[in-house]
Every structure is written in C-alpha cells, then in structure tokens.
Ligand binder design. Structure first.
Ligand SMILES: Cc1cc2nc3c(=O)[nH]c(=O)nc-3n(C[C@H](O)[C@H](O)[C@H](O)COP(=O)(O)OP(=O)(O)OC[C@H]3O[C@@H](n4cnc5c(N)ncnc54)[C@H](O)[C@@H]3O)c2cc1C
Length: 297
C-alpha cells in the first residue's frame, strides 16, 4: 500500500490535470493535494462514518449522479478503472486521504481475477526459503511485509478471513527436519503477527487428522506431517467490502459502468478524460457543464 500511497501523493501534488469525459463534458483531475482538503478533522469525520454500523452505502443513483456531476468546476482527483481488489483498494486508499475519487467497474465488483484466487493471505513462506538459501535480505523484507499485511487484513475483516492450517506430508525423515526447521523459522519471523505455532504430527496423528492422506509415496512410507498456518479469505466478499468502504469514504463507486474510450488533450497528448457507459442502461455519462445530461451510445 505504501508504494500506492506515494504514487497517489505524487499524483495529488502534480499540476497535471486528467479528466474523465463523456460526450464532450469533462471530469478534471485537480491539482489539489489531500492535505489542502483539510486533512485532520475531515478525515476524522470520514473515519467515524466508515466505522458507524448504522450508515448505509449511498444508492446507485447517488453514485451515478456524483460521477455525472463531476465537471471542470467540480473535478475528480482520480478515476480508478476496474473494481477488482487492486482498483477497490486504490479507491479506498485515495478516498481516505481526502482525494475526490471515482471508481468504475464494467461488470460486477470482483468479477475478474479477484474472485478466482486461491484465497490465501500468505506471509510468503517460499520467499523465506529464498532469503535463507540466497542470503537475500530483500526477500526477507518481503516476508516481513507480507506477514504485516496478513495481520492487517485478518484484523480488518475477521468475518471474512481466518487462519488456515496447511499440512505438509513428509516421506523422508530428512523432509520432516527440513520443513520443521523452516516452518519454525517462519513462526519466529512472524513474531507477534503469528497466527498459530507450527508443529509436527506423527504418522498416526496425521492419519487421524486427515484420514485420506496417502500413507505411502513411491517406495516411501509417510513419516508424519508438519502443519503450519497462513491466512485464508473470502476474496470476492473482501473485494466488495473494499468497494463499499470506498463508497462510504466518499468515492463515487459504480459497477456495470465501463470506460469505453479516453479523451486526449491534443496539444500535450495527455489523457485528460474518459467516456463511461452504464452497461445496465446502455447510456453514456455526460460529465459536462451543465452536468445532468445523458446520451445513448
Ligand atoms: C490462479 C490465481 C491464484 C491466485 N491466488 C492468490 C492468493 O491465494 N492470494 C492472493 O492474495 N492473490 C492471489 N492471486 C492474485 C490475485 O488474485 C490478483 O492479484 C488480484 O485479484 C488482481 O486484482 P486486480 O484488481 O488487479 O484484477 P481483476 O480482479 O481482474 O480486476 C480488474 C477489473 O477491471 C475491470 N475492467 C477492465 N477493463 C475495464 C474498463 N474498461 N472499464 C471498467 N472496468 C474494467 C474488469 O472487469 C475487472 O473486474 C491469484 C491469482 C491467480 C490468477
């Protein structure tokens, strides 16, 4: 998230204007930074709104008119295209920094890759293996970062995430030692972010826990298993949660809304706008002054 934040800060600080356009009207990305929007109390009020269980996500009509209402007089700072995990996360991050945000998704939130993941929130155990064998501090930093993110995600959405036991079958005593030591190191690196301690289970215990586990490999007998813990999430619900929270934080968040083309400023050759189509109605947004016009594509 921090790289995204840095990019967003740079974006907010830049004087360049980018616009989302439909039918000739423009949503200009302004050059105003989040801090200039009155960071402290405004952000505090937003946080309270997000945490208030009685507050509802604004309706689709409200979201749509917020997007349509954006114009050169009332510009967006950023238009996020795609409501997968990345886009929804970026929109939430930007909105909670006080930026004016639009988020559009051409199908439903999480309809792309973000509902088809393995659903693991892993702390990067294989990066730890690389860190040790290649003496690579960069890989170790990656593990620390992933473990921190794992904790954040589980703490933020405990109703959608939980610890998942992962069982590693071992058919040689050497494998038992290798995985046990490696996964104990993973526990150690996790420190206070540890979910549960890893441990060894004998062959008998392993079969009791996992009756369909193969007792024999190729000419080899099961010597036991090493069980460690990573996180698991409901990826699509988590994604929808991010999009809804972005909407609560003030982002104009619309699904079934597709960016169909961009508008370029001919002099600078920069993208300054986007034409957006409501895929439910087939109607294009007109983000112009006056802002309340529509046109069929
Ligand atoms: C097999 C597999 C397993 C994985 N397992 C894990 C895992 O266990 N844990 C983990 O953390 N990550 C996992 N990942 C990675 C993770 O799923 C992806 O990093 C993440 O879903 C990417 O999200 P995204 O928002 O970038 O892409 P997407 O979810 O694909 O979102 C892009 C969105 O953009 C929309 N879009 C495109 N064009 C437009 C347009 N013109 N206008 C409007 N909207 C548009 C699309 O409809 C789509 O919804 C896995 C990935 C794969 C492929």
């Amino acid at each position: 998230m921090s790289a995204t934040a840095t990019r967003l800060r740079r974006l907010a600080a830049s004087t360049a204007a980018i616009a989302a356009v439909a039918g000739g009207g423009v949503i200009l990305f302004s050059s105003v930074s989040a801090n200039e929007r009155g960071g402290g109390p405004a952000l505090e009020a937003m946080r309270r709104r997000i945490n208030d269980p009685t507050i509802l996500v604004p309706s689709r009509a409200v979201q749509e008119s917020a997007l349509i209402g954006s114009s050169s007089a009332n510009p967006l700072d950023i238009l996020v295209i795609g409501g997968g995990a990345t886009g929804s996360g970026v929109a939430l991050d930007a909105a909670t920094r006080g930026l004016r945000v639009g988020l559009v998704e051409r199908e439903d939130f999480s309809s792309g890759t973000s509902s088809r993941s393995t659903k693991l929130i892993h702390g990067g155990v294989r990066y730890l293996e690389k860190a040790v064998f290649n003496l690579d501090y960069g890989q170790l930093k990656l593990v620390f970062h992933a473990l921190e993110e794992r904790k954040q995600v589980i703490d933020n959405a405990p109703h959608l995430c939980h610890a998942l036991p992962c069982m590693t079958p071992c058919f040689e005593w050497f494998e038992v030692l290798y995985y046990w030591v490696g996964l104990k190191m993973y526990d150690l690196v996790a420190g206070p972010r540890l979910l549960h301690l890893s441990r060894y289970y004998s062959e008998k215990e392993s079969i009791e826990l996992f009756p369909t586990l193969a007792r024999k490999g190729k000419d080899r007998r099961l010597r036991g298993t090493v069980v460690y813990y990573d996180g698991q999430m409901n990826d699509s619900r988590l994604n929808v949660g991010l999009a809804c929270t972005a909407a609560l934080a003030g982002a104009a968040t619309l699904n079934h809304a597709e960016v169909v083309s961009f508008l370029k400023d001919e002099a600078s050759e920069r993208i300054i706008g986007a034409r957006i189509r409501n895929n439910l109605s087939g109607v294009a947004f007109l983000n112009s002054s006056p802002p309340s016009q529509f046109s069929s594509l």
